[in-house]
Design a protein around this ligand. Structure first.
Ligand code: RFL
Ligand code: PHB
Length: 389
Protein backbone atom coordinates (compact mmCIF):
# COMPACT_ATOMS: atom_id res chain seq x y z
CA UNK A 1 0.00 0.00 0.00
CA UNK A 2 1.24 3.51 -0.73
CA UNK A 3 0.04 6.99 0.18
CA UNK A 4 1.50 10.47 0.42
CA UNK A 5 0.91 11.06 4.16
CA UNK A 6 0.53 8.19 6.65
CA UNK A 7 -1.42 9.44 9.66
CA UNK A 8 -1.13 7.50 12.92
CA UNK A 9 -4.21 8.10 15.09
CA UNK A 10 -7.84 8.67 14.12
CA UNK A 11 -8.71 11.21 16.83
CA UNK A 12 -9.61 14.80 15.95
CA UNK A 13 -6.02 15.76 14.92
CA UNK A 14 -5.56 12.84 12.53
CA UNK A 15 -9.02 13.10 10.97
CA UNK A 16 -8.90 16.87 10.54
CA UNK A 17 -5.46 16.67 8.91
CA UNK A 18 -6.65 13.90 6.61
CA UNK A 19 -9.75 15.84 5.57
CA UNK A 20 -7.82 19.08 4.95
CA UNK A 21 -5.21 17.21 2.88
CA UNK A 22 -8.02 15.68 0.84
CA UNK A 23 -9.42 19.18 0.16
CA UNK A 24 -6.00 20.08 -1.30
CA UNK A 25 -5.78 16.91 -3.41
CA UNK A 26 -3.19 15.22 -1.16
CA UNK A 27 -3.70 11.54 -0.28
CA UNK A 28 -3.49 10.12 3.21
CA UNK A 29 -4.30 6.93 5.11
CA UNK A 30 -5.34 7.05 8.78
CA UNK A 31 -4.32 4.14 11.05
CA UNK A 32 -6.37 3.96 14.27
CA UNK A 33 -5.86 1.45 17.09
CA UNK A 34 -9.46 1.51 18.34
CA UNK A 35 -12.87 0.90 16.82
CA UNK A 36 -14.85 3.88 15.58
CA UNK A 37 -17.48 3.38 18.31
CA UNK A 38 -14.78 3.50 20.97
CA UNK A 39 -13.30 6.74 19.60
CA UNK A 40 -16.79 8.28 19.47
CA UNK A 41 -17.64 7.24 23.02
CA UNK A 42 -14.84 9.31 24.58
CA UNK A 43 -16.33 12.40 26.22
CA UNK A 44 -13.78 15.17 26.04
CA UNK A 45 -13.57 18.75 24.87
CA UNK A 46 -16.51 21.08 24.49
CA UNK A 47 -15.23 24.54 23.59
CA UNK A 48 -13.89 25.45 20.15
CA UNK A 49 -11.83 28.54 19.35
CA UNK A 50 -12.60 30.50 16.18
CA UNK A 51 -9.42 29.08 14.61
CA UNK A 52 -10.78 25.53 14.91
CA UNK A 53 -14.23 26.62 13.74
CA UNK A 54 -12.59 28.16 10.64
CA UNK A 55 -10.56 24.99 10.03
CA UNK A 56 -13.73 22.88 10.20
CA UNK A 57 -15.21 25.10 7.48
CA UNK A 58 -12.00 24.93 5.43
CA UNK A 59 -12.23 21.13 5.66
CA UNK A 60 -15.87 21.32 4.45
CA UNK A 61 -17.30 19.93 7.69
CA UNK A 62 -18.69 23.05 9.37
CA UNK A 63 -22.40 22.88 8.49
CA UNK A 64 -23.75 20.85 11.42
CA UNK A 65 -21.52 22.76 13.84
CA UNK A 66 -22.96 26.07 12.56
CA UNK A 67 -26.50 24.72 13.02
CA UNK A 68 -26.14 22.94 16.34
CA UNK A 69 -23.19 24.66 18.06
CA UNK A 70 -23.69 27.49 20.55
CA UNK A 71 -21.85 30.78 20.28
CA UNK A 72 -20.61 32.01 23.67
CA UNK A 73 -19.68 35.68 23.96
CA UNK A 74 -18.30 35.41 27.48
CA UNK A 75 -17.72 33.25 30.53
CA UNK A 76 -18.42 33.59 34.26
CA UNK A 77 -15.76 33.37 36.94
CA UNK A 78 -16.94 32.70 40.48
CA UNK A 79 -15.00 33.18 43.69
CA UNK A 80 -17.07 31.75 46.55
CA UNK A 81 -20.41 33.51 46.27
CA UNK A 82 -19.10 36.34 44.14
CA UNK A 83 -19.24 36.17 40.37
CA UNK A 84 -18.03 38.30 37.48
CA UNK A 85 -18.09 37.98 33.73
CA UNK A 86 -15.35 38.09 31.12
CA UNK A 87 -16.98 39.58 28.05
CA UNK A 88 -15.06 38.06 25.12
CA UNK A 89 -17.03 39.98 22.53
CA UNK A 90 -16.54 43.42 24.09
CA UNK A 91 -12.89 42.75 24.95
CA UNK A 92 -11.73 41.01 21.75
CA UNK A 93 -14.57 41.21 19.22
CA UNK A 94 -14.52 37.40 19.13
CA UNK A 95 -16.32 34.44 20.72
CA UNK A 96 -16.00 30.68 21.23
CA UNK A 97 -18.25 27.87 20.01
CA UNK A 98 -19.67 25.21 22.34
CA UNK A 99 -19.75 22.00 20.26
CA UNK A 100 -18.53 18.67 21.63
CA UNK A 101 -15.36 16.92 20.49
CA UNK A 102 -17.50 13.83 19.92
CA UNK A 103 -19.53 15.77 17.34
CA UNK A 104 -16.39 17.19 15.71
CA UNK A 105 -15.01 13.66 15.38
CA UNK A 106 -18.31 12.28 14.07
CA UNK A 107 -18.53 15.02 11.40
CA UNK A 108 -14.97 14.30 10.33
CA UNK A 109 -15.55 10.52 10.09
CA UNK A 110 -18.66 11.11 7.99
CA UNK A 111 -16.78 13.46 5.67
CA UNK A 112 -13.92 10.98 5.29
CA UNK A 113 -16.42 8.24 4.42
CA UNK A 114 -18.25 10.46 1.93
CA UNK A 115 -14.96 11.31 0.21
CA UNK A 116 -13.93 7.63 0.05
CA UNK A 117 -11.03 8.28 2.46
CA UNK A 118 -9.18 5.37 4.05
CA UNK A 119 -9.37 5.08 7.83
CA UNK A 120 -8.21 1.65 9.04
CA UNK A 121 -9.52 0.83 12.51
CA UNK A 122 -8.23 -1.71 15.01
CA UNK A 123 -4.63 -1.60 13.77
CA UNK A 124 -2.16 -3.16 16.16
CA UNK A 125 1.60 -2.76 16.51
CA UNK A 126 1.71 0.39 14.38
CA UNK A 127 5.40 1.19 13.81
CA UNK A 128 7.03 3.84 11.61
CA UNK A 129 10.37 3.01 9.93
CA UNK A 130 13.16 4.87 8.11
CA UNK A 131 11.89 8.24 9.28
CA UNK A 132 15.29 9.81 8.66
CA UNK A 133 15.20 8.85 4.97
CA UNK A 134 13.14 10.16 2.03
CA UNK A 135 11.21 6.87 1.90
CA UNK A 136 9.64 6.17 5.28
CA UNK A 137 7.03 3.46 5.81
CA UNK A 138 4.71 2.22 8.52
CA UNK A 139 3.99 -1.39 9.41
CA UNK A 140 0.90 -2.57 11.31
CA UNK A 141 -1.14 -5.64 12.06
CA UNK A 142 -4.69 -5.68 10.73
CA UNK A 143 -7.07 -8.59 10.06
CA UNK A 144 -4.37 -10.99 11.22
CA UNK A 145 -1.82 -9.81 8.61
CA UNK A 146 1.25 -7.59 8.76
CA UNK A 147 0.73 -4.66 6.38
CA UNK A 148 3.19 -2.13 5.01
CA UNK A 149 2.22 1.44 4.15
CA UNK A 150 4.84 3.36 2.14
CA UNK A 151 4.60 7.14 2.26
CA UNK A 152 6.39 10.48 1.90
CA UNK A 153 5.65 11.69 5.45
CA UNK A 154 4.33 10.32 8.73
CA UNK A 155 2.01 12.44 10.92
CA UNK A 156 2.04 11.28 14.55
CA UNK A 157 -1.49 12.16 15.72
CA UNK A 158 -1.69 9.29 18.22
CA UNK A 159 -2.28 11.15 21.47
CA UNK A 160 -0.26 11.23 24.67
CA UNK A 161 0.09 7.43 24.99
CA UNK A 162 0.78 6.78 21.29
CA UNK A 163 4.06 5.39 19.94
CA UNK A 164 5.09 8.17 17.48
CA UNK A 165 6.82 10.46 19.96
CA UNK A 166 9.07 7.60 21.11
CA UNK A 167 10.52 7.39 17.58
CA UNK A 168 12.44 10.64 18.18
CA UNK A 169 15.76 9.41 19.63
CA UNK A 170 15.99 10.21 23.33
CA UNK A 171 19.24 12.12 22.79
CA UNK A 172 17.39 14.52 20.49
CA UNK A 173 14.14 14.81 22.45
CA UNK A 174 13.44 16.96 25.52
CA UNK A 175 10.23 16.52 27.49
CA UNK A 176 8.95 19.19 29.88
CA UNK A 177 6.31 18.11 32.36
CA UNK A 178 4.33 19.36 35.33
CA UNK A 179 1.77 17.26 37.14
CA UNK A 180 -0.87 18.78 39.41
CA UNK A 181 -1.83 17.32 42.81
CA UNK A 182 -5.50 16.80 41.87
CA UNK A 183 -7.79 15.54 39.11
CA UNK A 184 -11.15 16.47 37.59
CA UNK A 185 -14.18 14.31 38.21
CA UNK A 186 -16.53 14.90 35.26
CA UNK A 187 -20.23 14.10 34.95
CA UNK A 188 -22.42 14.25 31.87
CA UNK A 189 -26.16 14.49 32.57
CA UNK A 190 -29.30 14.94 30.51
CA UNK A 191 -30.31 18.10 32.33
CA UNK A 192 -30.52 21.73 31.20
CA UNK A 193 -27.31 23.73 31.86
CA UNK A 194 -27.36 25.83 35.03
CA UNK A 195 -26.39 29.02 33.14
CA UNK A 196 -26.23 30.32 29.56
CA UNK A 197 -22.44 30.52 29.80
CA UNK A 198 -19.75 28.40 31.46
CA UNK A 199 -19.02 29.01 35.15
CA UNK A 200 -15.45 28.46 36.36
CA UNK A 201 -15.60 28.46 40.17
CA UNK A 202 -12.89 28.80 42.78
CA UNK A 203 -14.26 27.82 46.18
CA UNK A 204 -12.91 26.90 49.59
CA UNK A 205 -13.76 23.29 48.78
CA UNK A 206 -11.89 23.30 45.47
CA UNK A 207 -12.55 24.08 41.82
CA UNK A 208 -15.80 23.41 39.95
CA UNK A 209 -16.84 23.96 36.33
CA UNK A 210 -20.36 24.14 34.93
CA UNK A 211 -20.26 23.44 31.18
CA UNK A 212 -22.69 22.09 28.63
CA UNK A 213 -23.14 20.41 25.28
CA UNK A 214 -26.63 21.69 24.39
CA UNK A 215 -29.92 22.88 25.95
CA UNK A 216 -30.61 19.51 27.50
CA UNK A 217 -27.13 18.09 28.07
CA UNK A 218 -24.82 19.42 30.78
CA UNK A 219 -21.21 18.71 31.62
CA UNK A 220 -19.96 19.42 35.15
CA UNK A 221 -16.55 18.93 36.74
CA UNK A 222 -15.20 19.15 40.28
CA UNK A 223 -11.61 19.07 41.48
CA UNK A 224 -10.99 15.73 43.24
CA UNK A 225 -8.15 13.80 44.82
CA UNK A 226 -5.91 11.85 42.49
CA UNK A 227 -6.57 8.73 44.57
CA UNK A 228 -10.38 8.98 44.00
CA UNK A 229 -12.14 6.61 41.63
CA UNK A 230 -15.45 7.49 39.88
CA UNK A 231 -17.07 4.63 41.85
CA UNK A 232 -16.31 6.48 45.10
CA UNK A 233 -18.74 9.18 43.99
CA UNK A 234 -22.46 8.46 43.83
CA UNK A 235 -24.47 10.93 41.74
CA UNK A 236 -25.94 12.38 44.93
CA UNK A 237 -22.49 13.01 46.41
CA UNK A 238 -21.39 14.67 43.19
CA UNK A 239 -24.37 17.05 43.01
CA UNK A 240 -24.05 17.92 46.71
CA UNK A 241 -20.40 18.77 46.32
CA UNK A 242 -20.94 20.77 43.12
CA UNK A 243 -23.67 22.84 44.79
CA UNK A 244 -21.34 23.72 47.66
CA UNK A 245 -18.67 25.00 45.26
CA UNK A 246 -20.70 27.31 43.01
CA UNK A 247 -22.46 30.59 43.93
CA UNK A 248 -25.70 30.03 45.87
CA UNK A 249 -27.92 31.56 43.22
CA UNK A 250 -26.55 29.03 40.69
CA UNK A 251 -26.81 26.14 43.18
CA UNK A 252 -30.48 27.01 43.76
CA UNK A 253 -31.18 26.82 40.01
CA UNK A 254 -29.15 23.66 39.35
CA UNK A 255 -31.22 20.84 37.86
CA UNK A 256 -29.76 17.47 38.80
CA UNK A 257 -30.38 14.04 37.29
CA UNK A 258 -28.69 10.69 36.76
CA UNK A 259 -25.18 10.81 35.32
CA UNK A 260 -24.79 9.19 31.91
CA UNK A 261 -20.99 9.30 32.09
CA UNK A 262 -18.64 9.77 35.00
CA UNK A 263 -14.85 9.80 34.76
CA UNK A 264 -11.71 11.20 36.36
CA UNK A 265 -8.89 12.88 34.44
CA UNK A 266 -5.54 13.79 36.00
CA UNK A 267 -4.18 17.26 35.20
CA UNK A 268 -0.88 17.58 33.39
CA UNK A 269 1.21 20.13 31.49
CA UNK A 270 3.58 18.49 28.99
CA UNK A 271 5.59 19.53 25.94
CA UNK A 272 7.90 17.47 23.75
CA UNK A 273 10.58 19.29 21.76
CA UNK A 274 11.16 19.08 18.83
CA UNK A 275 7.87 18.15 17.17
CA UNK A 276 9.60 17.01 14.01
CA UNK A 277 12.23 14.40 13.41
CA UNK A 278 13.19 13.61 9.81
CA UNK A 279 9.93 12.83 8.04
CA UNK A 280 7.91 12.44 11.27
CA UNK A 281 5.70 15.35 12.38
CA UNK A 282 3.87 15.24 15.73
CA UNK A 283 0.45 16.88 16.13
CA UNK A 284 -1.83 17.43 19.13
CA UNK A 285 -1.71 15.42 22.35
CA UNK A 286 1.14 13.30 20.90
CA UNK A 287 3.39 16.33 21.46
CA UNK A 288 1.77 18.32 24.24
CA UNK A 289 -0.84 18.25 26.99
CA UNK A 290 -2.48 21.10 28.88
CA UNK A 291 -4.63 20.89 32.00
CA UNK A 292 -8.26 21.29 30.84
CA UNK A 293 -8.85 24.63 32.64
CA UNK A 294 -9.40 26.98 29.69
CA UNK A 295 -10.30 24.27 27.17
CA UNK A 296 -7.12 24.39 25.12
CA UNK A 297 -6.20 20.75 24.32
CA UNK A 298 -8.24 20.19 21.19
CA UNK A 299 -7.72 23.78 20.09
CA UNK A 300 -3.94 23.47 20.32
CA UNK A 301 -4.13 20.22 18.35
CA UNK A 302 -6.04 22.19 15.70
CA UNK A 303 -3.34 24.87 15.43
CA UNK A 304 -0.70 22.16 14.86
CA UNK A 305 -2.89 20.67 12.13
CA UNK A 306 -3.21 24.11 10.53
CA UNK A 307 0.59 24.59 10.42
CA UNK A 308 1.29 21.05 9.21
CA UNK A 309 -1.45 21.10 6.57
CA UNK A 310 -0.17 24.38 5.11
CA UNK A 311 3.43 23.16 5.18
CA UNK A 312 2.47 19.96 3.31
CA UNK A 313 0.34 21.91 0.84
CA UNK A 314 3.27 24.19 -0.02
CA UNK A 315 5.54 21.18 -0.32
CA UNK A 316 3.26 19.32 -2.75
CA UNK A 317 1.88 22.28 -4.70
CA UNK A 318 4.88 24.64 -4.80
CA UNK A 319 7.82 22.33 -4.01
CA UNK A 320 8.52 24.67 -1.08
CA UNK A 321 9.71 22.89 2.05
CA UNK A 322 10.21 25.94 4.28
CA UNK A 323 6.97 25.29 6.24
CA UNK A 324 8.06 21.71 6.92
CA UNK A 325 11.53 22.85 7.99
CA UNK A 326 10.01 25.41 10.38
CA UNK A 327 7.02 23.34 11.54
CA UNK A 328 8.35 22.49 15.00
CA UNK A 329 9.51 26.03 15.74
CA UNK A 330 6.27 27.63 14.51
CA UNK A 331 3.95 25.20 16.30
CA UNK A 332 5.92 25.34 19.57
CA UNK A 333 5.91 29.15 19.68
CA UNK A 334 2.10 29.11 19.94
CA UNK A 335 1.97 26.00 22.13
CA UNK A 336 4.14 27.51 24.88
CA UNK A 337 1.86 30.56 25.09
CA UNK A 338 -1.14 28.26 25.42
CA UNK A 339 0.70 26.16 28.02
CA UNK A 340 1.26 29.37 29.97
CA UNK A 341 -2.41 30.31 29.83
CA UNK A 342 -3.65 26.85 30.90
CA UNK A 343 -1.12 26.70 33.75
CA UNK A 344 -2.00 30.23 34.89
CA UNK A 345 -5.77 29.62 34.78
CA UNK A 346 -5.37 26.28 36.58
CA UNK A 347 -3.22 27.92 39.27
CA UNK A 348 -5.79 30.69 39.70
CA UNK A 349 -8.85 28.47 40.09
CA UNK A 350 -7.79 25.37 42.07
CA UNK A 351 -7.06 24.82 45.75
CA UNK A 352 -3.67 23.17 46.26
CA UNK A 353 -3.04 20.79 49.19
CA UNK A 354 0.17 22.63 50.17
CA UNK A 355 -1.15 26.16 49.59
CA UNK A 356 0.16 28.54 52.27
CA UNK A 357 -1.80 31.49 53.68
CA UNK A 358 0.33 33.74 51.46
CA UNK A 359 -0.36 31.64 48.34
CA UNK A 360 -4.06 31.86 49.04
CA UNK A 361 -3.90 35.63 49.44
CA UNK A 362 -2.05 35.89 46.11
CA UNK A 363 -4.76 33.82 44.41
CA UNK A 364 -7.47 36.03 45.89
CA UNK A 365 -5.57 39.18 44.87
CA UNK A 366 -5.14 37.87 41.33
CA UNK A 367 -8.89 37.15 41.10
CA UNK A 368 -9.73 40.64 42.43
CA UNK A 369 -7.29 42.20 39.95
CA UNK A 370 -8.90 40.30 37.10
CA UNK A 371 -12.37 41.34 38.27
CA UNK A 372 -11.39 45.04 38.43
CA UNK A 373 -8.86 45.50 35.66
CA UNK A 374 -9.94 45.65 32.05
CA UNK A 375 -6.42 45.12 30.68
CA UNK A 376 -6.13 41.88 32.70
CA UNK A 377 -9.54 40.78 31.43
CA UNK A 378 -8.49 41.51 27.86
CA UNK A 379 -5.33 39.42 28.23
CA UNK A 380 -7.42 36.55 29.63
CA UNK A 381 -10.09 36.87 26.93
CA UNK A 382 -7.51 36.91 24.11
CA UNK A 383 -6.06 33.62 25.25
CA UNK A 384 -9.48 32.09 25.91
CA UNK A 385 -10.90 32.86 22.45
CA UNK A 386 -7.59 31.72 20.96
CA UNK A 387 -4.30 33.33 20.01
CA UNK A 388 -3.84 34.00 16.28
CA UNK A 389 -2.28 31.25 14.15
P1 RFL B 1 -6.54 11.94 20.85
O1 RFL B 1 -7.91 12.47 20.90
O2 RFL B 1 -5.97 11.31 22.05
O3 RFL B 1 -6.48 10.95 19.63
C1 RFL B 1 -5.36 10.10 19.41
C2 RFL B 1 -5.83 8.89 18.66
O4 RFL B 1 -4.71 8.05 18.41
C3 RFL B 1 -5.09 6.70 18.67
N1 RFL B 1 -3.89 5.90 18.97
C4 RFL B 1 -3.33 5.05 18.10
N2 RFL B 1 -3.65 4.75 16.83
C5 RFL B 1 -2.89 3.81 16.20
N3 RFL B 1 -1.85 3.17 16.81
C6 RFL B 1 -1.51 3.45 18.10
N4 RFL B 1 -0.51 2.80 18.69
C7 RFL B 1 -2.26 4.43 18.79
N5 RFL B 1 -2.22 4.94 20.04
C8 RFL B 1 -3.20 5.84 20.13
C9 RFL B 1 -6.06 6.81 19.84
O5 RFL B 1 -6.90 5.67 19.93
C10 RFL B 1 -6.82 8.07 19.47
O6 RFL B 1 -7.97 7.82 18.70
O7 RFL B 1 -5.48 13.10 20.42
P2 RFL B 1 -5.68 14.30 19.39
O8 RFL B 1 -6.32 13.85 18.11
O9 RFL B 1 -4.37 15.01 19.35
O10 RFL B 1 -6.76 15.25 20.08
C11 RFL B 1 -6.49 15.89 21.29
C12 RFL B 1 -7.77 16.09 22.11
O11 RFL B 1 -8.46 14.87 22.17
C13 RFL B 1 -7.48 16.62 23.52
O12 RFL B 1 -6.48 17.61 23.49
C14 RFL B 1 -8.73 17.23 24.18
O13 RFL B 1 -9.73 16.28 24.37
C15 RFL B 1 -8.38 17.88 25.53
N6 RFL B 1 -9.56 18.40 26.21
C16 RFL B 1 -10.12 19.60 25.83
N7 RFL B 1 -9.62 20.29 24.78
C17 RFL B 1 -10.20 21.45 24.36
O14 RFL B 1 -9.71 22.08 23.42
N8 RFL B 1 -11.35 21.95 24.96
C18 RFL B 1 -11.93 21.31 26.00
O15 RFL B 1 -12.99 21.76 26.46
C19 RFL B 1 -11.29 20.11 26.51
N9 RFL B 1 -11.82 19.44 27.54
C20 RFL B 1 -10.13 17.69 27.28
C21 RFL B 1 -11.27 18.26 27.95
C22 RFL B 1 -9.63 16.47 27.68
C23 RFL B 1 -10.21 15.79 28.74
N10 RFL B 1 -9.66 14.53 29.08
C24 RFL B 1 -10.41 13.40 29.40
C25 RFL B 1 -8.23 14.28 28.89
C26 RFL B 1 -11.86 17.61 28.99
C27 RFL B 1 -11.32 16.39 29.42
C28 RFL B 1 -11.99 15.77 30.62
C1 PHB C 1 -16.13 20.73 28.71
O1 PHB C 1 -17.26 21.16 28.42
O2 PHB C 1 -15.85 19.53 28.69
C2 PHB C 1 -15.07 21.71 29.12
C3 PHB C 1 -15.32 23.06 29.00
C4 PHB C 1 -14.35 23.98 29.41
C5 PHB C 1 -13.15 23.52 29.91
C6 PHB C 1 -12.90 22.16 30.00
C7 PHB C 1 -13.86 21.25 29.60
O3 PHB C 1 -12.22 24.43 30.31
Amino acid sequence: MRTQVAIIGGGPSGLLLSQLLHSAGIESVVLERRSRDYVLSRIRAGVLETGLVDLMHEAGVGDRMEREGFVHDGTLLANGNEQFRIDFKALTGRHVMVYGQTEVTRDLYEARDAAGGTVIHECRGVKPHDLDTAAPFVTFLHDGKVNRLDCDFVAGCDGYHGPSRQEIPTAERTEYEKTYPFGWLGVLSETPPVADELIYANSERGFALCSMRNDSLSRYYIQCDLSDSPDDWTDEMFWDELKRRIPEEAADRLVTGPSIEKSIAPLRSFVCEPMRWGRLFLCGDAAHIVPPTGAKGLNTAASDVHYLFNALRHFYHDRDDEGLEKYSETALARIWKTERFSWWFSSLMHRYPDQSGFDLRMQQAELAFLRDNEAAQKAMAESYVGLPY
